[in-house]
Structures are given as C-alpha cells and as structure tokens.
Design a protein around this ligand. Structure first.
Ligand code: ZN
Length: 270
C-alpha cells in the first residue's frame, strides 16, 4: 500500500517526473460538491459553489488544458474559479497556478510560511532546488484555523507544516444523498528534506511532530491527499465510495512512523 509513496519520494529526490503525474484520469465526484480534476497521481480538487469555484492544486506547468477539460466534463468552467489554494508550495502541485490565475482572475490564498516560495516561483524553497515554476501572486495569507468562504462553503485551513514550511490541509462538511460527511483534504507528512541540522528549515522536525498530532486529532469520514496514490484514489474510484475513516487513521500513523524512523536514523540513533 505504501510502495506507491516510496516511488513518489524517489521520483522527487531524483527530480524525475513519474509518468502517472501527467497521465489523464477521469474527472469524478468525490462527494457532495468536492470533485477530482487531477491526473493519475497529481491530485487537484474543485469545490463547486453557485458563486464560483475553489481550485486546490494545479499539477505540473502544462496542466491547464487537462484541468479545463476535467472541469468541463463535470459541467464546470475553468473561468468560474474564484479562489486558488494549494496544499504545499512545490512545483508538482502549483506550477500551472500562475497561468490559471491569469485566465480566471482568481485570488490565490496561501499559508503565510508557503507564500514566499509561491511568490518567487520556488526560488526560496531549498527542498526541490531546480524545480522552479511561474511565480504566483498571493492575494491572501492564511493562518491556522482561517475559514475560506465562498457560495455557502466554509473551508477550514489547517497548518500541517513539515513537508514544506507552510503545508496545509483543509476541511469542510459535504452533503451527499441527505447525509453530511466530514471531508479532509490532507497534506500527508512525507519527508523530502533533511530533518536533522536543516539550516534552511531548523524547526522542521518539531513542525512535523506537531502536524502529526494535529492530524491524529482529526476524524474525517472522507479524506483525500495531494498524491492520488496516498489515499488509494483508483481503488476508491472503482468502488464508488471515498468514505474511509480507518484508512485515514492508518495512513497518518504510517507517515508518522516513517518520519520517526528517518529522524532517528539522521540523528544516528539507529
Ligand atoms: Zn511536495
């Protein structure tokens, strides 16, 4: 189940781009007003409202036509996107956001610690050097607990840093067939830079530890993540349901275990 994750991490470390980052995947409803418009592995989400839409993540720089097509298949227009968000200021999730911002005039909301890397196109990010992207104008800086409102939707920002300085998760209630579900768009805590002696991000290990505590306290019914493989998207898509509270708990615990293992190794404890 976590083989896919190891593959993704290996891909990032080598600056290679796995084939499934670009491969199209059918656009689909996750539940209620939450939709998937990403590729086979780079997850992008739309939260649709009567007053326009929220787009979370963009994938790689050439993703705009794919997102437009996916939205079209769901009956939505890219031009109706009003708010842009991301889960982490890394090129594989944000590289087309500047272009989409230009097309739609949407406002980019970003967490305070991720805003600099978004605005300088990844220049200040030490984790994925050489993977620059078009700089994105940040219109609003988000703090932990900030509520993003659009067309009756209330999306809560959860700062879950570590993977990047300002990695974020977002939660909202979604209604599906008369039932209300707690949905979480969870930034999973995969480690892509040194934990010990990281001069560019000295508080990284503390941030990760706090983020895992925060995520363990969350109890979503439905959860998704930045990489489709992280939440076994294809399996759930085939099954026709994304309700998976136990899978969330297990995934967070597994990421924390991998983090603690690596931290101990880097500190020479094992
Ligand atoms: Zn990343």
């Amino acid at each position: 189940m976590f083989r896919a994750l190891v593959f993704v991490l290996a891909g990032v470390a080598a600056f290679a781009q796995p084939e499934n980052w670009r491969k199209p995947f059918p656009a689909h409803k996750i539940a209620g007003n939450l939709y998937y418009v990403g590729t086979e592995d780079l997850a992008c989400f739309v939260i649709a409202t009567p007053e326009g839409h929220i787009l979370i993540n963009s994938g790689l720089a050439d993703s705009t036509p794919l997102i437009r097509e996916s939205m079209g298949k769901l009956g939505f227009k890219l031009e109706d996107v009003k708010i842009l968000l991301t889960m982490q200021a890394h090129f594989d999730h944000v590289a087309a956001l500047a272009e989409i911002q230009k097309i739609t005039g949407a406002k980019m909301y970003a967490t305070e610690p991720d805003a600099p890397a978004l605005e300088d196109g990844g220049k200040s990010d030490t984790a994925l050097k050489g993977n620059r992207f078009a700089p994105i104008r940040v219109d609003r800086k988000l703090k932990d607990g900030d509520v993003i409102r659009l067309g009756g939707v209330e999306l809560v920002t959860h700062l879950t840093p570590g993977h990047s300085k300002g990695s974020a998760s977002y939660s909202s209630k979604v209604e599906e067939k008369g039932k209300t579900y707690k949905a979480l768009i969870a930034n999973m805590g995969s480690v892509v830079m040194p934990l010990a002696g990281n001069a560019a991000y000295p508080e990284i290990a503390e941030d990760f530890a706090r983020s895992f505590e925060a995520q363990k306290a969350m109890t979503p019914d439905i959860w998704v993540a930045g990489h489709a493989s992280q939440y076994r998207m294809q399996e759930k898509y085939k099954a026709g349901s994304f309700v998976d509270p136990q899978g969330y708990k297990e995934a967070v615990e597994e990421y924390e275990r991998l983090f603690r293992e690596r931290l101990a190794r880097e500190r020479g404890e094992r």
